[in-house]
Design a protein around this ligand. Structure first.
Ligand code: NG1
Length: 538
């Protein structure tokens, strides 16, 4: 899976066949608009998709593995570097950036000094996501080519189809495609997927969110037709995972709640607060369960200490102390951690800063410096028990889901029981997100229960939650019934535009990850002849 980001020679290398017709129109519109805005042809297009997470919610920033897959919706950046240097101020390069949705996302021109990319994370401005990809890519380019490396000016036109705040990771798609565009614009003939992902993870944190690494990994590494198992320790790794053939066949449906969840705005009480609570839980469990003075390893999680770090330290010390020759399985370890958390973190209404600081043997100021100063959070009590219980049990569900996928169903004529086992795990995730991690909302809960009543095996929120999208594992013969039930019981009660109605439910096939497309001539974007259907349409 590691290796360079592919260079696509046709849209058939990027999209599934059912998407090619719509995408060809969209790409040609992008390139025509580019020509009319900048008076010249784009040199290339950098593309990164959104993702849907199948299982493993809110555990990536605690460094536990997750199982997402890329979707068709994506972020495209058409780029040319043919910008006259006279147009940038002395000691600066020029970035001209526009969006096909220019009413919503106005065009900008920036003169950026060679030595720094300033991002004002307090302002919610769409181009911040480009700038954070730019900043990350330049750091990597400087590592490769020396600190005096001078970036090229760029003209960019963006077209994004991943709904913003919809739980399908529009931000990671935008940041990853931006970083990729900057690398290619600056002459990198090959861009390593792992390097791109790692820089996109760190870059995205510059926009004001303490994000984990799932979205960027799914966006960059995914392969068409497969889900992606992403693990973060000892280093970032991703591998494709296929779903076995089942009967009835399984389909993933993605349903929008149309509740917009903006991580940037609600971070202090939602996403960023959860990141802080998980790191505090790791430090607290370390203080009460490991020998005095044990330091947790500093790791790649947003606040450098994670529940996974605690997990590894705890069992390494236990094995060392007992002289055990055989390690417990990860499943057994996670079960033990769930039980230990329930026992040691017994305050259901949360812990105050003072209570935590006393156990960690540090001052409240020191606690704030280490845990709550990177991004502001608003909380008087931190729900360490609930957050750790969710993380350990969700990490266990991911392992159980993976082992089901690896086992394959025994009775291939009728795999209903097997399908139901997969679905159960998704339902358990939803219960935990709703009741323990408190990241669902009533609209998502409603979509899930409507779907289950209409035949879904498993239904849950996907992504950060508090609105956004839900994902449903539905037998192919129940897709129609589930969609009708949503229309009847949910969507018809909202005041939706035609466009929203169309985007409300998507049948998702696993899509491919980041790619670069070199624009060779002014003709239309290429599509392979083999993708033409018999009626001549794509
Ligand atoms: P969304 O908000 O759905 O893109 C976020 C995080 C992920 C992960 C999920 C919860 C970012 C960019 N993404 O996803 O890393 O933590 O929430 O599983 O912050």
């Amino acid at each position: 899976m590691a290796g360079p980001v592919p260079v696509a020679s046709s849209l058939s290398d990027i999209y599934t066949i059912d998407a090619i017709g719509t995408q060809a129109k969209r790409w040609n519109n992008l390139l025509t608009r580019f020509q009319s805005i900048y008076g010249q042809q784009a040199e290339f297009v950098a593309r990164s998709p959104g993702r849907v997470n199948i299982i493993g919610e809110h555990i990536d920033y605690s460094l536990y593995p997750v199982l997402p897959m890329a979707i068709t919706a994506d972020s495209l950046l058409a780029v040319s570097t043919n910008v006259t240097s006279a147009s940038a101020k002395e000691g600066h390069y020029k970035i001209k950036i526009a969006n096909v949705q220019d009413g919503r996302f106005p065009a900008h021109e920036f003169d950026i000094p060679y030595d720094a990319v300033d991002i004002d994370a307090t302002v919610h401005e769409w181009t911040n996501y480009f700038k954070s990809g730019l900043r990350g890519a330049l750091e990597l380019l400087r590592k490769k080519h020396g600190k005096d490396f001078k970036p090229k000016s760029m003209q960019i036109l963006m077209d994004g189809t991943v709904p913003a705040g919809g739980g399908l990771s529009s931000s990671a798609a935008f940041v990853s495609s931006s970083a990729l565009a900057v690398m290619v614009a600056n002459g990198e003939k090959t861009v390593d997927k792992t390097e791109l992902t790692e820089l996109a993870i760190v870059s995205e944190r510059a926009v004001g969110v303490n994000s984990g690494g799932m979205d960027q990994s799914a966006s960059v590494f995914s392969e068409r037709g497969s889900a992606l198992f992403v693990s973060f320790t000892p280093s970032l790794k991703a591998r494709p995972v296929s779903f076995p053939k089942t009967n009835p066949e399984l389909t993933f449906l993605i349903a929008q709640s149309f509740v917009t969840a903006d991580k940037f705005v609600t971070g202090p009480i939602h996403y960023n607060l959860r990141v802080v609570e998980c790191s505090l839980a790791a430090a607290y469990l370390n203080a009460v369960l490991n020998p005095p003075g044990t330091q947790l390893p500093s790791d790649a999680s947003p606040l450098s200490v994670s529940l996974h770090g605690f997990h590894e330290t705890y069992f390494a010390l236990e094995e060392h102390a007992s002289g055990a020759t055989k390690s417990k399985s990860t499943e057994a370890q996670l079960e033990e951690l769930v039980a230990l958390t329930a026992e040691k973190l017994d305050k259901k209404d949360g812990y105050t800063r003072e209570e935590i600081a006393a156990v960690l043997n540090i001052s409240v100021d020191e606690l704030d410096k280490q845990f709550t100063s990177r991004f502001p959070v608003r909380a008087d009590r931190f729900k360490l028990r609930q957050r750790a219980l969710h993380v350990f049990s969700e990490a266990l569900r991911v392992l159980k889901f993976m082992s089901l996928l690896e086992q394959q169903p025994t009775n291939t004529d009728d795999t209903s029981e097997y399908n139901a086992q997969l679905g159960d795990l998704l339902n358990q995730t939803q219960d935990s997100c709703r009741d323990v991690y408190e990241c669902s909302c009533k609209e998502i809960d409603e979509l899930c229960s409507i779907a289950r009543n209409a035949g879904s095996y498993g239904s849950r929120l996907t992504g950060a939650g508090w609105g956004g999208c839900s994902v449903h594992l539905v037998p192919a013969d129940k897709v129609k019934a589930v969609k009708e039930a949503w229309e009847r019981e949910y969507y018809s009660k909202l005041d939706l535009s035609e466009e929203q109605k169309e985007a409300a439910v998507v049948v998702s096939k696993p899509g491919s990850g980041s790619a670069v497309y070199l624009v060779e001539d002014t003709g239309p974007v290429k599509i392979d002849e083999r993708d033409r259907t018999s009626d001549g349409l794509y």
